[in-house]
Design a protein around this ligand. Structure first.
Ligand SMILES: O=C[C@H](O)[C@H](O)[C@H](O)COP(=O)(O)O
Length: 222
């Protein structure tokens, strides 16, 4: 909890007056958003673009002005959490089900910052099952195709029924093969009809804000 707060709040230092800011989703970036809410109250002028309904509600509660893609040309900075980060700054995201909007916003951002306590740092991606967002039509067939490329998918449930994303889709949480290149897997999955997006973020992260064993803030750059 404390670790998430330290890295989350640190990221707010990168946000400057006048910026359009991609607001991520989850319990780490929660602290960034809280801090930004405080700075806005103190006079910081920014526009947020949220990656989920949950974050939109939080930002509204905190008084952070929001914008949308119909009003902006680009995003100056996006800040988000991650479920796993490797040494190449490749990520698995989507534990909270927000991966699709998160990837759209990360891709649109000039700078993409990840806030991740040390528990998220891994040598190899994959201990955390990879979230894959699929449309509901034909999802049984989509599952077979995902299985056919070597993954072991399991539909995400919420109280016994399929979890529904903010976009009205389902999520398969997938065990991924032991020796797989994240970039190749990201592409292969997105070629399957019915797959909308997957939680591999490759070549997108500019900076990871994390902690070392002594709890000092560490910046990992690409
Ligand atoms: O869909 C959720 C997002 O990808 C989150 O950024 C990710 O799950 C990390 O969340 P947390 O900071 O709560 O561990």
């Amino acid at each position: 909890m404390v670790d998430k707060k330290i890295v989350g709040e640190k990221a707010a230092e990168f946000v400057k007056d006048g910026m359009v800011v991609g607001l991520g989703t989850g319990s780490t970036v929660f602290y960034t958003i809280q801090k930004l809410g405080q700075l806005v109250k103190e006079g910081l002028s920014i526009k947020g673009i949220p990656t989920s309904v949950q974050t939109e509600e939080l930002a509204k509660e905190l008084g952070i002005p929001l914008t949308s893609f119909s009003e902006i040309e680009s995003i100056d900075i996006a800040i988000d959490g991650a479920d796993e980060v490797n040494s190449e700054l490749e990520l698995i995201k989507g534990g909270g089900g927000a991966l699709l909007r998160e990837k759209i916003i990360a891709r649109a951002a000039k700078i993409f910052i990840v806030v991740a306590d040390s528990s998220k740092r891994v040598e190899k991606l994959g201990a955390f099952r990879l979230p894959v967002e699929v449309i509901t039509f034909g999802y049984e067939m989509t599952e077979k195709h995902i299985r056919a490329i070597g993954l072991v998918p399991e539909i995400r449930l919420n109280g016994g029924t399929p979890f529904i994303t903010d976009n009205g889709n389902y999520i398969f949480d997938c065990q991924i093969p032991e020796h797989v290149q994240p970039e190749m897997l990201e592409r292969m999955l997105n070629m399957i009809p019915g797959v909308v997006e997957n939680g591999l973020f490759v070549g997108m992260t500019d900076l990871v804000i994390t902690l070392d064993q002594e709890k000092n803030v560490v910046m990992l750059r690409r």
